[in-house]
Write a protein that binds this ligand. Structure first.
Ligand SMILES: [Zn+2]
Length: 504
């Protein structure tokens, strides 16, 4: 048995001004996309989707090829040239030789300049050359599901955790169920559907209600016989027709049961729609709350700069939260991070220990949101200079190679600010340790993150304060102008009656 494995991952924030070219999909800036033996070496034994697909293939005694491993941090629409290049790697591999099965690790919220369902377009092209080849797909929980993304695959599984600590497990669910199909043990049959709702990302964490119960019920369905059951909370910062929540259930030759379970999950999510709403608080109030907190336990107070999360398409260079922290005089603070390659280079030129005055952040205009970001002047010393590469500790993507580009830490005396040259979300403790910051020695940590930081740093935090700063990941839907999203949809349209029997 010969299997084709490929990864093409991007969550597209259509409101983001951050460019998404082919280089962004490379493991490191300036390098070619990872494929073949290089990709096998990079992903074997890692807690990633591709790592799991490799395991499934090896367990079946199959040989495999990796067509491409392309992963970019979330940003604006994928440039057509980049999309074409990635599709060509996958479709080209299928044209060169036949495969017995295809495993795809996709995100599910990719929007290209031309296609609102990048993954659906990829699958249409795959099916044009391999119409019957057994095909399994693993998607992110933030997938915005379109018909072809499900209907052109034999098995589909989505993450059941957020933070996403089950990327590996999800690909195992998709890959193993496909293997059972190929051994004629099961006959997958799929039902999928959407609910007209766009849950707020800040309320999607799977350790919190209502998503905890939704995901638990999906796992229970798998324990009760579903091959894969997935609730996709969706990615709302995408002005496309089909953004929002959906459910996909794959059963063994029982379409009625798949439909019943799909409807149960959708009805459950819809009944909890109010619990997915996010309540805003003024930034100055949040920062003063943090300043005055007296936590009992050890560990830092985490201030979440959640409007500017790189893992949702943020420019990562807005400064509203940093400026407010400086204005209110918080002390012993670490900030991860401000994206500013020019400031990084200036600090490197100055050298370790040099006194510098740097104007950081606020460089990329955000024309699609009513926010501005001014540069902030940092007067301090260059504490560390780093290549910006590390391996993730986990539990999210353990063993995966991470690259924040060249990075420096500027120490103002009160605040240590990490400046980076490539977007990265601080979901792993090694993001801080690798630049010489021990989070346990800080009273406050400002993180440009929403939920994923909990994976690597959550257990260290003494308290968490959510700070509404500025950015294209705004948690205020009032900041976003939706022109393409289907309507009515909750919570943009509140007086809305719906049941799964109304269809998608
Ligand atoms: Zn996600």
């Amino acid at each position: 048995m010969h299997i084709l494995i490929a990864m093409m991952n991007h969550e597209t924030n259509t409101f983001s001004p951050v460019r998404t070219d082919l280089d962004r999909f490379a493991l490191r800036a300036g390098e070619a996309l990872l494929k073949g033996e290089q990709a096998v070496a990079a992903y074997t034994g890692t807690g990633t989707g591709v790592g799991a697909f490799i395991e499934v293939a090896q367990a079946a005694g199959a040989t495999f090829d990796i067509a491409v491993c392309a992963h970019a941090q979330p940003s604006g629409p994928v440039e057509d040239a980049a999309f074409e290049a990635m599709c060509a790697e996958i479709v080209g591999a299928l044209e060169r030789q036949p495969y017995d099965a295809i495993f795809l690790d996709l995100h599910g919220a990719m929007v290209t300049q031309t296609h609102e369902d990048g993954e659906g377009e990829l699958l249409r092209r795959v099916r044009a050359v391999a119409p019957k080849t057994p095909l399994a797909v693993a998607y992110d929980m933030h997938a915005n599901i379109h018909a072809d993304m499900v209907e052109l695959a034999d098995t589909v599984a989505g993450y059941q955790t957020y933070p996403h600590i089950d990327m590996h497990g999800t690909a195992l669910r998709a890959g193993r169920s496909l293997m059972r199909m190929m051994k004629a043990e099961v006959t997958p049959t799929t039902a999928w559907g959407r609910a007209p709702m766009i849950p707020h990302v800040m309320r999607q964490g799977s350790d919190d209600e209502p998503n905890r119960s939704l995901q638990a019920r999906a796992r229970e369905m798998e324990a009760q016989g579903a091959l894969c059951a997935s609730v996709f909370v969706g990615f709302p910062h995408a002005d496309i027709t089909q953004a929002g929540l959906s459910a996909v259930v794959v059963t063994d030759n029982d379409p009625a049961l798949a439909a019943r379970w799909r409807d149960e999950l959708l009805a459950m999510a819809w009944s909890q729609r109010e619990a997915f709403l996010y309540q805003l608080e003024p930034l100055a109030t949040s920062v003063s709350k943090a300043r005055d907190l007296k936590p009992e336990g050890p560990g830092p107070i985490v201030l979440l700069d959640h409007y500017d999360n790189a893992a949702s398409g943020g420019t990562m260079d807005t400064t509203a939260v940093l400026a407010e922290v400086m204005r209110q005089g918080l002390d012993n603070v670490a900030v991860f991070a401000v994206f500013d390659p020019a400031a990084v280079q200036a600090a490197i030129q100055a050298g370790v220990g040099a006194a510098v005055s740097l104007s950081v952040g606020g460089k990329l205009p955000m024309p699609q949101v009513p926010h501005t970001s001014e540069a902030v002047t940092l007067n301090g010393t260059v504490k560390t200079i780093s290549l910006g590469r590390f391996k993730a500790k986990g539990p999210m993507s353990p063993g995966a190679s991470m690259d924040m580009g060249q990075a420096v830490v500027i120490d103002t005396g009160r605040i240590e600010v990490v400046l980076i040259s490539r977007h990265i979300e601080p979901f792993d403790a090694n993001a801080l340790f690798s630049v010489g910051i021990d989070p346990m020695q800080k009273r406050f940590i400002v993180l440009k993150s929403r939920i994923h930081w909990r994976a690597g740093l959550g257990r260290l935090a003494a308290a968490t304060i959510e700070c509404a700063g500025a950015g294209v990941c705004t948690s205020d839907y009032g900041d976003l102008v939706f022109k393409n999203l289907r309507r009515p949809i909750f919570p943009l349209d509140t007086a809305l009656e719906w049941s799964p029997h109304d269809g998608v």
